[in-house]
Design a protein around this ligand. Structure first.
Ligand code: TXA
Ligand code: MG
Length: 330
């Protein structure tokens, strides 16, 4: 079982240590309990998806201790500046363009060029963020498809021992996830209703703030439909057992026996045409590498990206889900 530990100064220091080591920590926020990982460490982020049993890689919210820290990772426009001043720390998540060359894990943002960011209004979360000094990605600490947890006991019920430690600080004040406001395009749009209402936002921005289209009550019934998915320009071919001339290789496990039709071996491909998600066949490592390597191979201008078979177990289910989407849209 994971340990529930009262959030003392010492416990926060221990949680910070676990996060630095690439572990997962259950953490309180004012909205719901989150399952936190180092946003800069792709393998740690992959553990979140494994723990939640997510059928696909949804992009995660990166949490910061201050506006200034968030500004190192995303581009703030005027609207972002205004609502962040008004509502942070607080239950408002902003979707903003990612800065060039940020060290954020590509898996955390699911390969998108936007990032969900917020500063939580909870002393324990803020102390933890200051103690690690890197952003913490934290989705709600529940299995995919079940209710968000508002007490430490809920976290254990839902996740079992998938997190090593849960920082306990009683029940969450808000009890409902943050409002997600997309400020990455010309008009502000609410992607997920939350504690901060459309009226609150309109008051500060001085313009109407609509909910995303497609529902009667503002609730998003199918976030997957609204969400842009990262897809390479190069066609993607799945379950490849050999390569056609001109194709790039995305390997999983040993590619020793991958041949090129008409002669040659994958090992003779130029560097920019060949990536391996995980030579050891480790699905966590593969998940951490997935979006970054797809992007790198997309830059090689190959006729297609041939992907070796990935087992449909554990994180492999989510990896294959994303690869199938990439193959379908290519
Ligand atoms: O209150 C909360 O926001 C909690 C606490 C722990 O902070 N976190 C939370 O995270 O609810 P999660 O992963 O359960 O929900 C994140 C939401 C999802 O609906 C996701 O699709 C959306 O944010 N999201 C994240 N990045 C996005 C992006 N780049 N573009 C659009 N939507 C994004
Ligand atoms: Mg959730």
């Amino acid at each position: 079982m994971s340990r529930i530990v009262a959030a003392s100064t010492q416990a926060i220091a221990e949680a910070a240590f676990l996060l630095k080591e690439g572990g997962l920590v259950g953490m309180p926020t004012e909205t719901v309990y989150g399952i936190g990982a180092n946003a800069l460490d792709g393998t740690a982020v992959a553990k979140i998806f494994a723990a939640k049993g997510r059928p696909s890689f949804n992009p995660l919210i990166a949490h910061f201790h201050s506006i200034i820290q968030a500004q190192q990772f995303v581009v703030f426009n005027d609207r972002a500046q205004m609502v962040a001043q008004a509502f942070w720390p607080g239950a408002l998540t902003l979707i903003l363009p990612k800065k060039n060359n940020t060290p954020l894990s590509e898996l955390a943002t699911a390969g998108l060029d936007t990032v969900a960011v917020r500063v939580p209004n909870h002393d324990v979360a803020l102390d933890l963020l200051r103690a690690v000094d890197f952003p913490i990605v934290a989705p709600s600490a529940n299995k995919s498809g079940s209710l968000s947890p508002t007490t430490p006991a809920h976290v254990v019920e839902s996740l079992g021992d998938a997190v090593e430690m849960i920082l306990a600080a009683g029940a969450c004040k808000v009890g409902l996830e943050s409002t997600v406001l997309d400020l990455s395009s010309g008009k502000p749009i609410i992607l997920r209703p939350g504690a901060i209402t459309a009226e609150d936002l309109a008051d500060v921005l001085g313009e109407p703030v609509p909910y995303a289209q497609g529902t009667d009550d503002g609730a998003i019934k199918s976030p997957g439909m609204l969400l842009k998915h990262y897809a390479p320009d190069t066609p993607v071919r799945l379950n490849a057992i050999d390569l056609a001339p001109g194709e790039a290789l995305l390997a999983f496990g040993s590619d020793k026996f991958m041949g090129i039709k008409g002669g040659g071996a994958a090992s003779s491909l130029p560097d920019d045409m060949r990536r391996n998600l995980s030579e050891e066949g480790d699905l966590h490592q593969a998940a951490a590498n997935l979006f970054a390597m797809l992007k790198e191979l997309d830059g090689a201008k190959a006729s297609a990206i041939a992907v070796m078979n990935i087992p449909e177990t554990g994180l492999g289910v989510a990896i294959n889900d994303r690869l199938r989407r990439a193959a379908a849209s290519g």
